[in-house]
Design a protein around this ligand. Sequence first.
Ligand code: SF4
Ligand code: SF4
Length: 390
Amino acid sequence: MSIAEPGPSISKVHQPLASYADDNMSEVYFAGLRADGPSQNVPSKVRRLFERARLGSTFTEGDLVAIKTHFGEPGSTSFLRPQFVGAVVDMVRQGGGRPFLTDSNTLYLGGRSNAVDHLNAAVRHGYTYPVIDAPAIIADGLLGRDEVEVDVNLKHCRTVRFGTAAHQASSIMVVSHFKGHLMTGFGGALKNLGMGFGSRAGKLEMHKLAHPTVDQEACTGCGSCAESCPQSAIGVDEKASIHNEDCIGCGECWVACPSDAIGPQDPRSLIDIQERIVEYCYGILKDKKDKVGYVTFVVDVTPHCDCPGWSDLPVVPDIGILASLDPVAIDQAAADLVNNARGLEGTGLKHHHAPGEDKIGAMADVDWTAQLRYAEELGLGSRKYELIEL
Ligand code: SF4
Ligand code: SF4
């Protein structure tokens, strides 16, 4: 399957983790979701994908394997079903690994900003022993301060700070829900790994330049943005206004605005945030070469991520499951599958419904390819891939 040509190159200020020559193509394995019997159920598909993509090569007998996922914000319903993640957990157990479910706390003050609330949210969403055979451990501890700092010396970040559990685990299995995202276009494996594992300080570092602004003509003064702001940085007096000095760039107000009246002050900040996420991936992967596998579910592809406390309708039909050893290739493949699907009318996707049109760009006004380009530049993987269907 062909992919979009990579965009302009970014100047090199780093030592790439690997080198991807022009003709280097990564393997991405794919299973669709049609099923007509038990051999076609999701656990059997995950088992075959896991074996074909050689994800078992990322850990050995007795290894502590972090299963990096997203438990879903309370109120959302589009997060990955625990049964899906459980199928990956079962494969890690069968391979002799000791899996644990994990994620880091959030920057905004929702239902997952400390480990107690976060674990309660996970339990309420079914991430508990009767359903899934692994304990849940919050990677950056009770208050999001249990972090390690790793030198990267890259374009944006000199160091990156992420949850200790991610660093101490022998290996990582990144189990992602592919969906849209207002700031980054989409959230897939790279975002799950880089932003997802960032500690509170790390998430602040990634978000800090993404200050929003309010289109005064579009603003109706409804106040939803102010209610969602964790910093009380928004005042509403007929129209909303944002106090820059208090804003941490978390983006909650963008998601909350029903009138599309909030956007970035500087569109370049949406490129920066993607590149910072990639630099966090670089730091996390630095000592884990060949120790990380990726499984991505392209289902419930909503316009927003699983962090708001609600879920919109999916914008394309459910597509399938991907597995790879390459985070760049798996994200590129998922993005291509979504863009090549037929968009669903009556959803948050207002235009670009035809197969082949850029649905991700239609949902968020951002160059979402920036994260893929920069990740390839840093040697995290290849945007060229072979899609191998089971
Ligand atoms: S103004 Fe918006 S981006 Fe800034 S802290 Fe508040 S919700 Fe987050
Ligand atoms: S949520 Fe949007 S429309 Fe409502 S006050 Fe805030 S900026 Fe204005």
